[in-house]
Design a protein around this ligand. Structure first.
Ligand SMILES: NC(=O)c1ccc[n+]([C@@H]2O[C@H](COP(=O)([O-])OP(=O)(O)OC[C@H]3O[C@@H](n4cnc5c(N)ncnc54)[C@H](O)[C@@H]3O)[C@@H](O)[C@H]2O)c1
Length: 316
């Protein structure tokens, strides 16, 4: 069996949901964007327009395509209204198992029997939360923020998911220039988030225990660790290093990873001081004098410029 995706519902219109609505609309699909919060629904169109303006400015899409995409998105507070008739239901509600279970039960009452249900969950095992009757068509399609710029999509099903359901989304997203990675079986955090979690754990140990300053860490990451990553990833880099050294590094017992404590004294201190990040103008670093909008726009412009250069460079 193959799945035909003509219409899409996106549940949850927050940070991820509004952007996922935009991606599917740019892919030519009519999208119903649903949220139970009137505030989130009211905010979504402005966020979508701002994201599209960034893509147009970078030459990633045309003004006409952007306008057409906006015209394909409708916002609704009703779950039933959104999912009735949808071929693909993208679940991007808050990361709470109770809420997700309720949403899956609600959509089960009205969604088409063959509708694909793709959860954007970051870490939850959503498969036990979805009704058994939907097991064949439930999968994870996990995006990264901002998903209209970061191309990676993790795709994974349970042992009961129809392989054709996974292949349908793989082909759909690959056709839009995204980079789907299909995991053999579910593991919380998938690949990139697990690697990122290990880096996060190590970085905060180095800062908390006074080995390096936040600036030292970012200098090391930007100028050392990450410069080669966009070209070589991590595994091809091992081939360039030579596997003999990789084998010796693996066997080096003098190096131990930071223990997983689940917290950082530095992050706790900054939080207590109200230094929560870019949104308030200060976190580890000081951003005063610049608005969050301005900072996010500049980040997105630079990311898109980097992507353009990487596309031109191609594979090694
Ligand atoms: N933020 C990220 O960087 C990121 C990245 C990848 C995946 N995710 C995942 O995406 C999902 C959404 O995360 P987010 O960052 O967009 O969160 P968010 O808090 O910005 O948005 C969640 C939205 O869900 C809505 N909501 C709550 N209950 C609802 C219900 N019953 N029906 C419909 N809408 C409901 C909320 O009103 C809110 O607008 C989570 O599962 C999260 O783990 C987040």
């Amino acid at each position: 069996m193959t799945y035909k995706i003509d219409t899409v519902a996106v549940l949850g219109a927050g940070l991820m949901g509004h952007a996922l609505a935009l991606i599917h609309a740019l892919g030519d699909k009519p999208v119903a964007l649903q949220d139970t919060s009137p505030k989130a629904l009211a905010k979504a169109p402005g966020l979508i327009e701002a994201a599209l303006a960034t893509l147009v400015e970078a030459g990633e899409t045309t003004a006409a395509e952007a306008k057409a995409a906006i015209g394909r998105i409708r916002c609704t507070p009703s779950l039933e209204d959104a999912v009735r008739g949808a071929d693909l239901i993208v679940e991007a509600v808050v990361e709470d198992p109770g809420v997700k279970r309720e949403v899956f039960a609600g959509l089960d009452r009205v969604a088409k029997p063959a509708a694909l249900i793709a959860s954007n969950t970051s870490y939850l095992d959503v498969f036990p939360l979805s009704p058994p009757s939907r097991a064949r068509t439930t999968l994870v399609a996990h995006w990264y923020t901002p998903p209209y710029i970061v191309d990676l999509v993790d795709l994974v099903g349970s042992d009961r998911t129809d392989p054709a359901a996974i292949e349908t989304l793989r082909a759909l997203y690959a056709g839009w220039g995204k980079k789907p990675v299909v995991l053999k079986r579910f593991i919380p955090g998938y690949v990139a988030n697990r690697i990122q979690a290990a880096i996060t754990n190590e970085v905060f140990r180095l800062i908390d225990e006074g080995y390096a300053t936040p600036q030292d860490v970012d200098d090391a990451v930007i100028h050392g660790l990450s410069l080669r990553m966009p070209l070589l990833g991590h595994i091809k880099k091992a081939d360039f290093t030579g596997l003999e050294l990789v084998q010796r590094a693996l066997a080096n017992k003098t190096w131990e990873p930071a223990p997983v404590t689940g917290r950082s004294t530095t992050v706790d201190r900054l939080m207590a001081e109200g230094r929560t990040g870019v949104m308030v103008g200060k976190g580890f670093f000081d951003y005063s004098g610049r608005t969050p909008d301005d900072l996010f726009r500049e980040r997105d412009r630079r990311l898109l410029s980097l992507k353009r250069h990487l596309r031109e460079l191609g594979d090694i």
